[in-house]
Ligand binder design. Structure first.
Ligand SMILES: [Zn+2]
Length: 102
């Protein structure tokens, strides 16, 4: 698939997840990131690493859900509630690739 349609697919799935999780990202960006797969700013901008487009869907979903949940549970807080929600939405997420300084 061409990069553009891969990016569209990522955006579409982010939208579907956002509705499911009832969160509303203000802006979703895809750009080169060297050390992270994604980030979430306090004003609701979600950024995904461009090379996330080359990863398998399961892993993309993990990153998408992780960043979207930060709209409800602020960055740097990966506490019990956060992990419980990750378990509910993306079972087995702990076994997915590291490099996740998300
Ligand atoms: Zn995080």
């Amino acid at each position: 698939m061409a990069k553009l349609s891969l990016e569209q697919d990522l955006r579409d799935r982010t939208q579907v997840w956002a509705e499911k999780l009832k969160v509303f990202p203000r802006v979703v960006r895809v750009q080169p990131m060297r050390r992270k797969w994604g980030s979430c700013s306090s004003i609701g901008t979600i950024t995904f690493a461009r090379d996330l487009l080359d990863q398998e869907k399961d892993f993309q979903d993990y990153v998408i859900v992780h960043e979207l949940l930060h709209l409800r549970y602020p960055s740097h807080s990966h506490g019990r509630v956060f992990k419980a929600l990750m378990n509910a939405y993306v079972p087995g997420w702990q076994h997915l690739k590291p490099r996740c300084v998300l």
